[in-house]
Design a protein around this ligand. Sequence first.
Ligand code: ARG
Length: 586
Amino acid sequence: MASVPSLASTLNRRIADAVSAALPEAGAADPLLRRSDRADFQANGLLALAKKLKGNPRELAGKVVDGLPAGELIGEIEVSGPGFLNITVADRAITETLAARAADDRLGVPFKERPGTTVIDWAQPNVAKEMHVGHLRSAVIGDAMVKMMEFTGEKVISRHHIGDWGTQFGMLIQYLMEHPHELDHKDETSGEEAMSNLNRLYKAARALFDADAEFKERARRRVVDLQAGDPETLALWQRFVDESKIYFYSVFEKLDMLIRDEDVVGESGYNDMLAETCRLLEESGVAVRSEGALCVFFDDVKGPDGKPVPLIVQKSDGGYGYAATDLSAIRDRVQHLKADTLLYVVDARQSLHFKMVFETARRIGWLSDDVHAVQLAFGTVLGKDGKPFKTREGETVRLVDLLDEAVERATAVVREKAEKVGLSEEEITENGVYVGIGAVKYADLSTSAARDYKFDLDQMVSLNGDTAVYLQYAYARIRSIVRRAEGTDPKAHPELALAPAERALGLHLDQFGETLAEAAASYEPHKLASYLYQLSSHFTTFYDQCPVIKADTPAHVENRLLLCDLTARTLRQGMALLGLRTPERL
Ligand code: ARG
């Protein structure tokens, strides 16, 4: 495996070196190289530099041009305007770089220089509750982040912080105790059955809880037993967790995601740490007693009445809540898992909670300059009407129903073209799943996570737009071209002049590694999504303008097949990192 520096980075370094040579007092200066419409690249950095050193930018630019080593990299270079450099890369350099990428399993993408350990908190549904679109976002974005970070060489540990603890279990457990056969079932319970069992039980328990004051009291006492670790109570609690996991795993499987059981460490997993967490916070003075509760105060967090709103770590009745658990989880992740980054893929509506939790952890030193925490906060999923997504009856939409509908729509889209492609019924079904699930994931990943987005299945499975299926078709089309080339293998011919569409595609392919590194480092999968969309568009233009199999000479055929092959592999790799499948025929 050999990593391949991008043309842009090599060029940037060469220009920076020429600047230092021309102007030693400039030190390490960034030439600010950008893609440009006028040439391949434009360097704008000399302007500010000359100004700073009271020199003439055009003169400096001229000197830099003279100082650049003659070689194979630069085709043309000119000084333009007040002192920009316009640079056109030599065709040969493009082809040679692409050939080096094609020869590498990782497409020449380097590992990052100083990989660390990131614990990522994602896909965290709640026990005994239906999963909704909010859980979808955390799962889709989290899965993509795990894959992207791992590809850059980061050590990634997943934590699924499921909601498996709290007072609501008192009611459920008490009900199950009094109706012991309600969760009995055969071994082969499906996810759907598990959830409907839980729903039924939840509704019945709730009804009794609201109607019967004595049951309510028994449920309340059951909470105390649960917190005290009473074995019989815990055993029943475990049954709710197990039943829920059957359901969770079935949804994650539908989403084509791998969730490992050992990574599921829910709120209950930190029970043993809660008292110690509170003790440490109180002894250090970071938290103080206020009206019996253990609280942390912040200057900038106030309620509508202007009074400070504290983070409550322990309630006045001694109970621990969400904050105590999250603070304990931080200790665990930093001290035991040795994380240097904690990433939380959680709804933006929990941002205040995390702001306070992170600040508390910083004050006591669990977080520091070397160990930091970030919330990758995502927006709300909206219905077509622009309001939070609900069913017509005003209920939250069941995730499973959404996914099934997406697959159904996608299958219809696939079927329309199936005959032309010669797909079997089996392939139609399989592709329908890949396209449907891909559509839902891509819609989520292709806009910046912080923004709300509209859940619009028609748009998601549209063939002409910024959609997963557009990318999937581009991939399948390239694969079919390569198949039709039969005995001819891709091969680089650096001596050939490149058409404009070949250059544009080639230069874009060369940016894969940098785009990925940036998207992973800034936790912005949408940057990778938009790169892949542009890649498909560049390919479409190339394919319109440059015949591949019917190209003028055998050398042209081989060279263009190399572009096809590298495009397909880059698409496949990039899409895999976003959790998207790439069927060979579509
Ligand atoms: N279970 C929570 C919910 O459904 C999300 C948990 C987020 N993670 C955390 N460490 N608090 O809203």
